[in-house]
Design a protein around this ligand. Structure first.
Ligand SMILES: NC(=O)c1ccc[n+]([C@@H]2O[C@H](COP(=O)([O-])OP(=O)(O)OC[C@H]3O[C@@H](n4cnc5c(N)ncnc54)[C@H](OP(=O)(O)O)[C@@H]3O)[C@@H](O)[C@H]2O)c1
Length: 264
C-alpha cells in the first residue's frame, strides 16, 4: 500500500484517485484553495483530505505523508503546483501528468529535484477512467515503472513511453495537437461561415460531401464550451513545443485564440 498525494481532484484527477483507492492505496488531497465541486468529487472518489497539522498547513501534511505525488491540474497551474510541493520539501516521487510541453516538464522536473524529489514524467490520453481500455497514462524517465505499478489491476492503462526522459509529455502534446487543433479549426470554419451568412449553406454542403463534419463541429463546440478555458494554456504549450522542434507555431496559437473566445 502506497500513500499518494493527488493535486488536484478535478474531473480527471478524482477518477484516477478513485482507481488508486480501489487498488488499495491511500490517496490524500489538499482542500486549501479548492472549491466545493472539487471537495465533493474527492469525497465521492474515496480520497482523504490531508489533515491540518499545526503549525503546518495541509500541504505540509500531504507532502510529509505521501510516497508519491501526482499532479493532475490545469496545465497553466503545473509549475505552481510543483513549486509548492518542492517548497514543502517533498523527497518522494513526483509525477506531473498534465498537458505540458517537454520544456515545461523539464522546468517542473528541475523544481522538484531541487527540493530533493525524483521526477517521473506523465501524460494522460483518454477520458476520466471508469472502465479498462479507454484511458492511458504514459510515463517516462527513471522511476516510471514504480508509478506504472501503482495502477496494476485498475481501469488506468499505465504504460512506459519509450524514448527520452520527457517522452510522456511529448506524446501527449503531439496527440492533443491533432485532436484539439482540429477541433479549433472546425470551430473557426463554422464561425467564418456564420460571419459570412453562409452557415446553413455550408451545413447543407457538408451533408452532401462531408457528412461527418456537422456532428464533429457540434461535438467540438460542446467540449470547447466546458473545457476551452483550460485548453488555451494547452494550445500555448503545443505552440511552444512546435517552436522548440523548429515547426510553425501559428496553428496552435490560433487554436488558443479560438478557445479563448466565448463560444459563438
Ligand atoms: N478531463 C479529461 O478528459 C482529460 C483528458 C486527458 C488529460 N487530462 C488532463 O488532466 C489535467 C486535469 O484535467 P481535469 O479534467 O481534471 O480538469 P478540471 O476538472 O478542470 O480540474 C482541475 C482541478 O485543478 C484545480 N485547479 C483549478 N485551478 C487551479 C490552479 N490555478 N492551481 C491549482 N489547482 C487548480 C481545480 O480545483 P477548483 O476548481 O476546485 O479550484 C480542480 O480540482 C489536465 O492537465 C488535462 O490535460 C484531462
Amino acid at each position: 500500500m502506497t500513500v499518494i498525494g493527488l493535486l488536484h481532484p478535478g474531473e480527471m484527477g478524482a477518477a484516477i484517485g478513485r482507481c488508486l483507492v480501489g487498488a488499495g492505496h491511500t490517496v490524500l488531497w489538499d482542500p486549501a484553495g479548492r472549491g466545493t465541486a472539487t471537495a465533493s468529487r474527492a469525497a465521492s472518489a474515496g480520497l482523504t483530505a490531508a489533515a491540518a497539522l499545526p503549525p503546518g498547513d495541509r500541504l505540509t501534511a500531504l507532502v510529509r505523508r505521501s510516497d508519491v505525488i501526482l499532479s493532475v491540474c490545469p496545465p497553466h497551474a503545473a509549475l505552481d503546483v510543483a513549486r509548492g510541493v518542492a517548497d514543502h520539501g517533498f523527497t518522494g516521487i513526483f509525477t506531473d501528468a498534465n498537458a505540458i510541453s517537454p520544456a515545461t516538464a523539464r522546468r517542473v522536473a528541475g523544481l522538484v529535484r531541487e527540493g530533493g524529489a525524483i521526477y517521473v514524467d506523465g501524460g494522460i490520453i483518454g477520458p476520466p477512467p471508469e472502465a479498462p481500455g479507454h484511458t492511458r497514462l504514459y510515463l517516462s524517465g527513471a522511476g516510471a515503472g514504480c508509478v506504472r505499478d501503482l495502477f496494476a489491476g485498475t481501469a488506468v492503462d499505465a504504460r512506459l513511453a519509450e524514448g527520452q526522459e520527457f517522452a510522456a509529455s511529448a506524446l501527449k502534446i503531439a496527440y492533443a495537437a491533432w485532436t484539439k487543433g482540429t477541433a479549433a479549426l472546425i470551430l473557426a470554419v463554422r464561425a467564418l461561415a456564420r460571419a459570412e451568412g453562409v452557415e446553413q449553406a455550408l451545413l447543407a454542403e457538408w451533408a452532401m460531401s462531408q457528412p461527418a463534419l456537422e456532428q464533429r463541429s457540434e461535438r467540438a463546440a460542446g467540449s470547447a464550451a466546458s473545457k476551452g478555458w483550460r485548453w488555451v494554456a494547452e494550445m500555448r504549450e503545443i505552440a511552444a513545443s512546435m517552436s522548440a522542434a523548429g515547426l510553425p507555431t501559428g496553428f496552435h496559437e490560433a487554436a488558443a485564440e479560438i478557445f479563448r473566445r466565448p463560444p459563438g
